[in-house]
Ligand binder design. Structure first.
Ligand SMILES: Nc1nc2c(ncn2[C@@H]2O[C@H](COP(=O)(O)OP(=O)(O)OP(=O)(O)O)[C@@H](O)[C@H]2O)c(=O)[nH]1
Length: 304
């Protein structure tokens, strides 16, 4: 828990920042830029996840836990609708909410939908116009005006997540939005924690790829153990949480065949991304009433 985390001198800040945006707006690229993360994982699986921790950014004495929500999209089915509402609960709880848009097309229908959600949930948000390296100054000002006429954003930032222009200002601003409080993660472990998130994400993606027909949004993955081995390999233990026994049976498969395959695919991806040998151990647990609240996210982060 946070009491055990070594705190620096002076006041610290820590909190959650939700990043929302249409697919391809540049969320992953921005997260990498904000965290200065060398190891990047760009997820191509949009619209599949609950709000989840993505990375931790440090700025001065502030620790910003970046969470993202499912690609906000037009729900086609009741389940999707529930998912979106759920996710927005998560965004509303965050200490800062960033609406990230690809600036080039301006106020698209998709962007209007996102703004409608913000308005409906009375969410205070910061507008971040991305990909300014591909825009003229005139167009940029036009787009900023267009968005600000559509919603009372707290601030507007113009950035290139790709080349980092404007992202430091955004980071400083977000740091200031974090409430005063103890850090959730020790600074020297932030990189490790990040690797654990990434490993969980890789398994989650494999599950999605293999089982999305049967298990659309029902699972979450947490990395519980990460043990460095003397020979340079790493032993990783993860738990796949599902909501019902029937889903557990799907993940396990007949005679454990499915989980074996999932583990193999996830391990291969981890070895590729981390460039080292991985021993992966997967477990499935049923967790009922999986809730999306802030406390849950906190615990999720602290559990890994
Ligand atoms: N030129 C330019 N390209 C960018 C910028 N930011 C992101 N991109 C590119 O836009 C594409 C999408 O970026 P991602 O970071 O994967 O976008 P995302 O929002 O995480 O996408 P999903 O995970 O699919 O929702 C990638 O090809 C990025 O390289 C930018 O500031 N400038």
């Amino acid at each position: 828990m946070s009491e055990d985390v070594k705190q620096p001198e002076g006041p610290t800040r820590a909190g959650f920042c939700a990043i929302i945006g249409a697919p391809n707006a540049g969320k992953s690229t921005l997260v990498n830029q904000l965290t200065g993360s060398k190891v990047s994982i760009v997820s191509h699986k949009v619209q599949t996840t609950r709000a989840r921790i993505r990375a931790i950014a440090m700025e001065g004495n502030a620790q910003i836990v970046l969470v993202d929500t499912p690609g906000i999209f037009k729900p086609k089915r009741t389940l999707d609708r529930a998912m979106v509402d759920n996710a927005w609960g998560g965004a509303g709880d965050a200490d800062a909410v960033v609406l990230l848009v690809d600036g080039r097309p301006g106020l698209t229908e998709e962007a209007k939908d996102l703004i409608a959600h913000l308005a409906k949930t009375k969410t205070r948000a910061v507008l971040v116009i991305n990909k300014i390296d591909l825009m003229s100054r005139e167009r940029l000002l036009e787009v900023a005006a267009e968005f600000n006429a559509a919603y009372p954003f707290e601030q507007t930032f113009m950035v290139s997540a790709l080349n980092g222009s404007g992202t430091q200002d955004l980071l400083k601003y977000l740091a200031g939005k974090m409430p005063e409080g103890p850090w959730l993660y020790p600074e020297d472990q932030v990189a490790d924690v990040q690797l654990r998130f990434m490993a969980a994400e890789m398994t989650r993606e494999v599950i999605y790829e293999r089982l999305h027909e049967e298990l659309p949004y029902a699972s979450t993955v947490e990395t519980e153990t990460w043990e460095e081995q003397k020979n340079g390999s790493v032993k990783i233990g993860q738990v796949i949480f599902v909501q019902r026994d029937s889903q557990k049976a799907i993940v396990l498969g007949k005679g454990g065949q499915t989980i074996k395959l999932l583990g193999q695919k996830a391990r291969e991806e981890m070895e590729r991304q981390f460039g080292r040998k991985v021993h992966l151990f997967l477990f499935v647990k049923v967790r009922e009433n999986w809730a999306e609240d802030k406390e849950r996210l906190r615990n999720m982060g602290l559990d890994v």
